[in-house]
Ligand binder design. Structure first.
Ligand code: IYR
Length: 240
């Protein structure tokens, strides 16, 4: 057994903050490799989908994905996120109108420069955002810039962007795993979402996700992912 000279919790904290046993599953090495392989193959099929259909999606699937996203680690475990969900045609219409107005300025009034425009060409995007009305659900992840106590005092949050970025990743992973499609959409600027969705001062829009099934015969850009050698660097000798 590994002996720690400085175990957790530190002895002087253990009484005030007792720890509980870790619920951890171990697998055989064969099983670990198989699970890793199966999961990678499944995740390699994930694609951002803009051509979402209007086919209804039961709300409990959205709830499950948000619960899963909420298992993300966060700075000091403050969980500085809020997932705002709408399936209302009226609210979706208002979001689409405001997003398209902003994106039109991006694409047509030069907020996107020529280099950026060329980079977006393979994705085939323009200012039209029909999916915002067609997809059954829109989920907007708001970052909590600071928390509020019961008495209305501000509570500092830590690593908010990192925490929300991880939660966003887990959200799209959970949706894909259940057989749903989404797009990490950041209509820019996004401040209109606070207004349309009636969010308080301490929340700021982070990413918007339209969620649904892809349309039949959905096509996506022919993108390749970087091979391992281009994203991984090994330093030093391996452990014994
Ligand atoms: N927000 C715009 C433009 C856009 C920017 C990037 I970087 C993308 O990867 C995709 C789109 C839009 O949604 O069209």
């Amino acid at each position: 057994m590994t002996q720690y000279e400085h175990p957790y919790p530190a002895p002087d904290l253990a009484e005030r903050h007792p720890f509980v046993p870790l619920d951890f599953r171990r697998f055989t090495l064969d099983e670990m490799r198989r699970r890793g392989e199966v999961f990678h193959t499944e995740m390699a099929r994930r694609r951002s989908v803009r051509m979402l259909s209007d086919e209804p999606v039961p709300f409990d699937l959205i709830e499950r994905a948000i619960e899963t996203a909420g298992t993300a680690p966060s700075g000091a475990h403050h969980q500085p996120w809020r997932f705002v969900v709408t399936g209302s045609p009226e609210v979706k219409r208002r979001i689409r109108e405001a997003a398209e107005a902003e994106e039109r300025t991006n694409y047509e009034a030069g907020r996107i420069n020529d280099e950026w425009r060329r980079e977006l060409e393979p994705l085939g995007t323009d200012w039209h955002k029909e999916f915002l009305e067609i997809a059954p659900w829109i989920v907007v992840l708001f970052e909590e810039r600071y928390g509020l106590t019961d008495t209305g005092e501000r509570r500092h949050h830590y690593y908010v962007k990192e925490s929300c970025g991880i939660a966003a990743g887990m959200f799209i992973t959970a949706l894909h795993h259940m057989g749903l499609a989404t797009l990490t959409h950041t209509p820019s600027p996004m401040a209109f979402l606070s207004h349309v969705l009636g969010r308080p001062e301490n929340e700021r829009p982070f990413v918007l996700f339209p969620v649904g099934y892809p349309v039949d015969d959905c096509r996506v850009p022919d993108l390749q992912r970087k091979p391992l050698r281009d994203v991984m660097t090994i330093v030093g000798d391996p452990p014994d």
